[in-house]
Design a protein around this ligand. Structure first.
Ligand SMILES: CN(C)C(=N)NCCC[C@H](N)C(=O)O
Length: 264
């Protein structure tokens, strides 16, 4: 199994993450101190995403990354490989994403003199507390919603990227840097617009159970959110998600493509 796509995915995910960090921090008006935890989680998830995508395409079409410009895979294969990458990345990401959401929603990041300490003192403390209070399965709270969010939308991500690259690149050639940046940016936007409804539900499921369980499952969470807040609830955060998605994914795809070209 070729591993360079996993390594390129890790590095490009880390670079994209550095750009996206300020957006992530303001998204929930919470705090997400330090970069080590997000680098460890988002970059690993990106490595799984790109590595699994490329290796699934290799299985489906018997073409390596280098051969794919001369023998482009069909959009059906791209979509299936993207969905596979999205599904497995969601599984690996689930506990890390849960910790991120719990920390972001915590409004008191550091103990003030005289006030009680925050519930979670950092990522490791948060993981240990969830494990203690909610068990192993607690670490996967919201994982179904995360998988439902990521499986189709990562398919959309790669289809948009490939479609735009093919549109603006002469046949058989590698796309230019400008094309990769624009195609990567729009791939990020398209996938995040599609992902936002389930992103809202996922975050609610992840916060559920903190004091008491409110939702019976993903569907119940969707129905009661719509009942209480209307359909607009599904578009909450879509603007900031898209504003973050363009630079993050432009840089992610540019560094991924160039690392693989550089390694031959
Ligand atoms: C849930 N969605 C939209 C995705 N997983 N999209 C593909 C990768 C996105 C990239 N790592 C980012 O953080 O923007």
């Amino acid at each position: 199994m070729p591993v360079e796509e996993f390594v390129a995915g890790w590095i490009s995910g880390a670079l994209g993450l550095v750009l996206g960090h300020p957006f992530d921090t303001v998204k929930l008006l919470g705090f997400f101190k330090g970069m080590s935890f997000p680098i460890a989680s988002v970059a690993v998830a990106n490595s799984v995403l790109f590595g699994v995508y490329s290796n699934t395409l290799l299985l489906l079409t018997a073409t390596s990354h280098q051969e794919r410009r001369a023998q482009p895979p069909s959009y059906t294969h791209i979509f299936l490989a993207g969905c596979t990458g999205g599904f497995l990345q969601a599984y690996c990401l689930a506990p890390f994403d849960l910790i991120k959401v719990r920390l972001q929603n915590q409004t008191e990041p550091v103990a003030q003199p005289g006030s009680p300490p925050p519930q979670y003192q950092g990522p490791v403390h948060c993981a240990a507390s969830i494990f203690r209070e909610e068990g192993y399965r607690g670490l996967f709270r919201g994982a179904w919603a995360l998988m439902l969010r990521d499986t189709p939308t990562v398919g959309i991500y790669f289809i948009t990227y490939e479609g735009l690259c093919r549109q603006y690149t002469p046949e058989g050639q590698n796309p230019s840097s400008a094309t990769v940046l624009v195609a990567g940016g729009f791939a990020g936007i398209a996938s995040w617009v599609a992902a936002t409804p389930l992103d809202v539900i996922k975050s609610r499921m992840q916060m559920d159970g903190l004091r008491r369980r409110v939702y019976q499952g993903v569907l119940d969470c969707m129905m009661s959110s719509v009942r209480q807040e209307g359909l607009g609830v599904f578009f909450r955060g879509v603007t900031i998600n898209s504003a973050r998605a363009f630079p993050v994914n432009a840089v992610t795809f540019l560094s991924y493509e160039y690392l693989l070209r550089w390694w031959g």
